[in-house]
Write a protein that binds this ligand. Structure first.
Ligand SMILES: [Zn+2]
Length: 89
């Protein structure tokens, strides 16, 4: 008995970044928080205040949430994305 078992230690090299680049302001300040209990995820940028939350599926990860956020930003109508429009009325 004894020492046959070799311990293989897996060191995950690919760690997910905790912060993503913001599709709106371009800074790496987008954090994603997944709540498996409520099956929702929140993504928010601490720089420009962009944020959204999504219902998630169990298989989805931070990256998926981030993709949904970028999709939302790029596909959304000009509703919440009003940039500095000059008041020329
Ligand atoms: Zn931002």
């Amino acid at each position: 008995m004894g020492r046959k078992r070799k311990r293989i230690v897996h060191i995950p090299k690919k760690r997910l970044p905790k912060l993503f680049s913001c599709p709106k302001c371009g800074k790496e300040t987008v954090g994603v928080k997944i709540s498996r209990e409520t099956k929702r995820a929140m993504a928010g940028c601490s720089s420009c205040g962009l944020n959204a939350d999504f219902p998630i599926k169990p298989a989805q990860t931070e990256v998926d949430i981030y993709c949904m956020l970028t999709d939302k930003v790029f596909s959304s109508p000009k509703k919440n994305l009003v940039s500095n429009t000059p008041k020329n009325t």
